[in-house]
Design a protein around this ligand. Structure first.
Ligand code: ATP
Length: 292
């Protein structure tokens, strides 16, 4: 194999099949218990070796292209640690909805770590890449690992689960932006909080029982977002009325996903969602189960 000068990497998005906040820690972080699932919706990153420094470009003009971009942060982390003399240029083709609860930035960072490890022949194992990733964000290790996983701690403690049942997935992101900070700050955790049963959901996944999965799915953050942004509930209802087996908000939102037990129903629901005007970005996609 010759020396690699460039590499193109897919950065896949995730949804949360379950999301619970167990407690608020004294340092302000939240302890979570989440079921993460990779889906076949992705950004593409084209990385090239250059003479020096870090440069990047993206098709979304409102995204930063400096150290505020997680792509840049990930590149800098490896450049510094390994004293890489060459430079890197990254072209980020962004398709994953931004600030949407789909770990878009984290998965781009994961792709940079993975791609640079190969291009610069750093020889890092998957676990070693994951250790670098957590310095960039709590979801980055999961984005390196991929597949179906239980995430605990602040999201960085991962347990691989058996692959999720394959099914069509409808993704719909409304026009609104929801700040993750706002959602966590406004989350009320008391005896009235209805927590999803993540252990039961994990059992459903092990049994590959889609009907049970859709009935046990839950996201505690909907208790904050739905009262504030009713369009999230409208999108869920629209999906359910159009044949979804289950529909839920991903992460801190506002993206909603629907799981379907039938491809034709999913296509019809996709077309209806596009016609409804409820969502600005609508995608029909599927479960992605290959781990790295
Ligand atoms: P999560 O699911 O982890 O909550 P998210 O989907 O809510 O993530 P992102 O799309 O990852 O959020 O990014 C949110 C913010 O981070 C954006 O407003 C953007 O300015 C910044 N950002 C930095 N790097 C990126 C990137 N590569 N892609 C998207 N956003 C980025």
């Amino acid at each position: 194999m010759g020396i690699m000068k460039e590499i193109s990497v897919k950065a896949l998005a995730k949804i949360n099949l379950g999301l619970d906040v167990v407690r608020r820690r004294e340092d302000g972080y939240h302890e979570v218990k989440m079921v993460m699932q990779t889906i076949h919706l992705f950004d593409r990153l084209e990385m090239k070796k250059t003479a020096g420094g870090i440069t990047m470009m993206t098709n979304l003009s409102f995204l930063p292209t400096n150290e505020n971009n997680l792509v840049y942060k990930a590149a800098k982390l490896l450049m510094d640690e390994f004293q890489i003399r060459d430079g890197i240029d990254v072209k980020l083709h962004k398709y994953i909805p931004v600030a949407a609860g789909m770990a878009g930035g984290s998965t781009d960072a994961a792709a940079v770590l993975y791609g640079m490890n190969r291009m610069f022949e750093l020889g890092l194992s998957k676990e070693e890449l994951m250790q670098r990733g957590v310095k960039i964000g709590a979801d980055v290790p999961y984005c390196i690992m991929r597949g179906t996983a239980l995430a605990e701690g602040i999201g960085e403690q991962l347990t691989a689960l058996p692959p999720m049942v394959k099914c069509p997935i409808l993704i719909a992101k409304p026009q609104i932006s929801v700040s993750t900070k706002f959602v966590y700050e406004n989350l009320k955790l008391d005896e009235n909080t209805v927590h999803p049963d993540i252990d039961r959901l994990v059992e459903d996944i092990r049994r590959k029982d889609l009907a049970a999965i859709t009935s046990d799915m839950g996201n505690v953050l909907e208790t904050v977002t739905i009262p504030n942004y009713p369009v999230i509930a409208e999108i869920k209802e629209h999906m359910m009325e159009h044949g979804a087996a289950g529909a839920m908000m991903s992460g801190s939102g506002p993206t909603v996903f629907g799981l379907f037990d039938d491809k034709e129903k999913a296509v019809a629901a996709y077309e209806a969602m596009q016609a409804s005007g409820l969502a600005k970005q609508v995608y029909l996609t599927s479960i992605y189960n290959n781990m790295r």
